[in-house]
Design a protein around this ligand. Sequence first.
Ligand SMILES: Nc1ncnc2c1ncn2[C@@H]1O[C@H](COP(=O)(O)OP(=O)(O)OP(=O)(O)O)[C@@H](O)[C@H]1O
Ligand SMILES: [Mg+2]
Length: 286
Amino acid sequence: MEQKYTNQKNDSVCGMNLEGLDDIPETVHNGNQFFFCGNFCKKRFESNPEKFQGTPLIALREVRKSFIVGNVETKVLRGLNLNIWEGDFVAIVGSSGSGKSTALNMIGLLDRPTSGSILLNGEDVSVLGDDVRAGFRSHTFGFIFQQYNLIPWLTAYENVTLPLIFSNKTADSGTLEARFHDFGLAARLAHRPFELSGGEQQRTALLRALANDPEIILGDEPTGNLDSVTGNKILEILINLNKIQKKTLIIVTHDDDIAEKADQVIIFKDGQLERNHEVQRKIYTE
Ligand SMILES: Nc1ncnc2c1ncn2[C@@H]1O[C@H](COP(=O)(O)OP(=O)(O)OP(=O)(O)O)[C@@H](O)[C@H]1O
Ligand SMILES: [Mg+2]
């Protein structure tokens, strides 16, 4: 059978540009050739090839981001290429200042790249107008941050209903109260953030992130401010959202135990991805 080369070295399964690199694992599936940055990606692909056909949910193509402060230009992202596939739990790790939050904000349409493209289901969302991007942001993404970012003068309940108000939706109080109950916050609806513990604030922030039933959940060190027991509870909720409700979960973390649980670990270094981002993973290693 004639082979169709649909997948190029500049568009590997994980999105990395592999042109000019040595030792590129490859495989043929249904007559198409696929390239991988390493054996981890190859084994992941081979465990479920159908998942990696078609268009990635999120794709970053040659994304660059520089910040200029005074006369100093900081090049944070230097041509980032990355694919995130629907339903994955992706952990982004890397040293402080390596650009993890910058990339996450870009993925969640909170910021725009200096150059390059960000594709959502194949559509370049980096060039869309602010209003369209705001619509995507509120319907597609749910954010949680290390500092919770709750509005201090609103109650927990009001904080959670905020995204619904912005989307002109009516809050169904019965459903919302049931959700507070599920998250162990039944008695906290009328509390303001300063009257809540860190874990309670983060669970409230999580309820707010889920208010619009987003397809993709983005967390920037969501357990970074919590003790390990409370952090593990939040993580368990997030992982259940990924495993049971099939939400795509992208978490920036410094915690190896979190990265260990992810389907894919992305390591940032010098504004690029490290090629062998399979480190710390046991399942697919030999
Ligand atoms: N708005 C901004 N203006 C100027 N410089 C910025 C801005 N945002 C980020 N930077 C710079 O970009 C670099 C990357 O920042 P970023 O917050 O993405 O790092 P990070 O990997 O998330 O680090 P950490 O693990 O400490 O949170 C840093 O050197 C930071 O100073
Ligand atoms: Mg950060």
